[in-house]
Design a protein around this ligand. Structure first.
Ligand SMILES: [Zn+2]
Ligand SMILES: [Zn+2]
Length: 278
């Protein structure tokens, strides 16, 4: 499954805000944000939404110890609610390291996540989780190296309560993960542009269409039209629309794909199970 010389992206949850299973979301999927990134043998995970459960099942089936770097965009529920259902949490052979850069001074990712895994939100799971957990706070804008040979660049995004955008670089290849964020009305977001400059794959919050955005300004999300503008300006090689609005059916997303194709031939709409190899 892991190819030692490949960077590989696999989408386990592509939906924003709330899971939305049902007959109208079968093809693109209803699970919330979770993206697996392999840099050779190394495992990184962007966000821990409900898609994390499926990834946990796949890792469990491999019957090998799991050592993962989990890069949190932020800690809104749709991005963390998969942790309690992630099978690798429940084996002492595994280690999981959570990274977050969006929290205000004085707040720590350890406290936020352990609170979310305790009563009254869930049964007290902190005592039940047997994997080795580690929690790393940083400031969005910092650059760090979670594993040898991997560089992670970050930037603050424009979202209520804050969020962090990531760019992971390995062996001359790069993937940017930018959700949840709202664009500025008159100019392209300089923080985002810095992260995506010349990137191989740009995963971007395309919750709304431009028409829908008009009545959702201030909610902290962007549009597929803005994604296309950013990708063009920064010479992005492949654009992936992500964090789909729960009201967007498979047919809605097909319609967006057709529009998108007219302005960017190297753009796709993320669906559960989609794999991109670099
Ligand atoms: Zn979200
Ligand atoms: Zn959010």
């Amino acid at each position: 499954m892991v190819e030692p010389d490949k960077m590989q992206v696999r989408f386990w949850g592509v939906r924003g805000s709330i899971p939305c299973p049902g007959p109208n979301t079968v093809r693109y999927g209803g699970n919330t944000s979770c993206v697996e990134l392999r840099c050779g043998e190394d495992l990184l995970i962007f966000d821990a939404g409900t898609g994390l459960r499926g990834l946990g099942g796949a890792l469990f089936a491999e019957k090998k110890p799991v050592h993962a770097e989990i890069l949190c965009s932020h800690t809104h529920f749709d991005h963390i609610c998969g942790i309690a259902f992630f099978a690798p949490c429940f084996s002492p052979a595994n280690s999981l390291r959570f990274w977050a850069g969006h929290l205000p001074p004085g707040m720590r990712i350890h406290d936020v996540l352990t609170t979310s895994l305790s009563e009254p939100y869930l049964p007290n799971l902190v005592d039940v989780i047997s994997a080795h957990l580690e929690f790393k706070d940083f400031e969005a804008g910092n650059t760090f190296s979670p594993r040898e040979g991997i560089t992670v660049r970050t930037a603050p995004l424009n979202h209520p309560g804050g969020a962090t955008g990531y760019r992971v670089e390995w062996e001359g290849r790069s993937v940017a993960y930018i959700t949840d964020t709202e664009h500025r009305p008159d100019e392209l977001d300089a923080n985002v542009l810095r992260l995506i400059e010349g990137v191989d794959v740009m995963i971007y919050d395309a919750t709304y269409t431009e028409a829908e955005y008009v009545v959702h300004a201030g909610w902290g999300h962007s549009t597929w039209q803005e994604a296309a503008k950013l990708a063009k300006q920064a010479s992005v090689k492949k654009l992936v629309l992500f964090h789909h609005d729960p009201s967007h059916t498979d047919d809605t997303l097909d319609g967006i794909a057709a529009e998108l194709e007219k302005v960017n031939a190297n753009a796709v709409i993320a669906h559960e199970g989609m794999v991109i190899s670099l």
